[in-house]
Design a protein around this ligand. Structure first.
Ligand code: AMP
Ligand code: ZN
Length: 113
């Protein structure tokens, strides 16, 4: 997807503040953090949202959750807790239509975050 911001990050054309990457997954700091720690975790593969994920993506989605848990530990979020959220569509306020999970923590979080 040549016009997708997160595909450009996955391809290395735009360099965010990266905290983890492997051949399938990239994790970086959100440019507008809503909590003391706010990381975005994306598959390098373009999937518009979790609503469009397919059976072939099962292993990839599972791996993203394990990476999230690993990052939560490394970033000191595990003891006090954290949230892992993926917005899909209009009512969720999805802004970037490349699947991403928000890993947020570092303070008590509101109901919707
Ligand atoms: P969502 O509303 O779930 O689609 O979330 C999109 C997130 O992407 C927002 O939290 C934005 O702050 C974040 N974002 C947008 N552009 C960038 C960027 N260039 N680098 C890092 N995060 C970004
Ligand atoms: Zn994309």
């Amino acid at each position: 997807m040549s016009d997708c911001l997160f595909c450009k990050m996955a391809a290395g054309e735009i360099t965010p503040d990266i905290v983890y990457q492997d051949d399938e997954i990239l994790a970086f700091r959100d440019i507008n953090p809503k909590a003391p720690t706010h990381i975005l975790i994306i598959p390098k593969k373009h999937i518009p949202s979790v609503a469009e994920a397919q059976a072939e993506d099962i292993a990839l989605l599972g791996k993203i959750q394990l990476v999230a848990a690993q990052l939560a530990e490394e970033l000191g979020l595990k003891a006090e807790g954290f949230r892992l959220v993926s917005n899909a569509g209009k009512n969720a306020g999805q802004e970037v239509f490349h699947l991403h999970y928000h890993l947020i923590g570092g303070a008590p979080l509101g109901i919707y975050w």
